[in-house]
Design a protein around this ligand. Sequence first.
Ligand SMILES: Cc1ncc(COP(=O)(O)O)c(C=O)c1O
Length: 397
Amino acid sequence: MDADHPEAADLAARLLSTTARESESSAIRDLLEHARRPDVISLAGGIPAPELFPLARLQEAVGQAIEKHGPAAVQYGLTSGEAATREVAARLTGVGTDPDQVVITTGSQQALDLLARVLLDPGDTVVTSDPDYLGALQALRSRKPHLEAIPLDTEGMQTEVLEERLRAGLTPKICYVVSNFHNPTGASLAPSRRRHLSDLATEFGFIVIEDDPYGELWFGDGPLEPIGPGNPLVVRLRSISKIVAPGLRVGWMSGPKWLTEAIEVAKQSADLHTATFSQAVMVATISDPVWFDAHLDQVRAHYQAQRDAMVAALERHLGDRLQYRVPDGGMFLWARCSDESIDIEALMPRALEAGVAFVPGAAFAVKNPATNSLRLSYATVPPAQLDQAAERLSRVL
Ligand SMILES: Cc1ncc(COP(=O)(O)O)c(C=O)c1O
């Protein structure tokens, strides 16, 4: 909207819905406006490294998709997704997932939005960790729920705190969890907590949304077992955004039939179906398991080297002024200033002036802003610049 238009503010106040007026724009997005300046090294973004996008393979896949499907590659399709996409998605989800339980969505972000729409009425209770992924919080908040924030440590959401609150009378409909390499904290939910959470869902009758876009990006040991394999109360969200390319906008959810049916109805009004062409290209791209395994190895090796470069740079320039757990997967390092009195958000203008950007921890807050924490992404900045960024950060702190 043209902010200078004299009537713009009046029109917005009169014509936008209450929900739209009350929705805050994402703090990350607002911040990234400044972080785009050419003199700023940005550790703020949450996007994948573009050099990992398999462009040659995608180009081949585009040709293969058209050759194989002809006009059907660009025709309207099924709301739940094409059969071939659902089969690939079920295979990537694992743990005996049936393609019939899968709905292909426009990124996993759409699954979050649709789940919020079909499960929540205003005032319903949703459990999240604190801090948590902003996109999920935005989707959930649009339904005006009561958000119950559970603290998180290096082993993920503290399910023992959740249990205490459940026994004290909390009755959530949803518990939202990023199980692997959490955005923003990088923490993965410990295996014992996964079992605990699944048992709590069964005992208290709520849905667990396991959001897992980073699961394949492990650096050390292989992937952890998902939350409650076989538990009909667990909904899993996956995505090719971080392992192939986000611009294809292909994600999916798998869950019980009563829920996927409701999701399909909601999806019809949202976008009829996820782009048929993107689905065909995605299937053609990853249909060769030898290529796909080698690609995933390359993606993991790249992010691991990036993480190592960031950790080395932070050690060199900041030493013990920052405290963090070295992430063992994903794209983010969550750091806390040793000096508890530092307010990271207040430092942002000085950081931008010094030519470095990051996301203040408070941006991800549900209830308790982590005012002396920050999220640093090592995904996209070349190692030499990571070093320079850490040096600038050290001047600001
Ligand atoms: C935790 C988490 N969930 C979901 C998404 C959405 O991903 P997409 O819609 O591209 O699949 C993101 C994106 O950054 C994320 O970090």
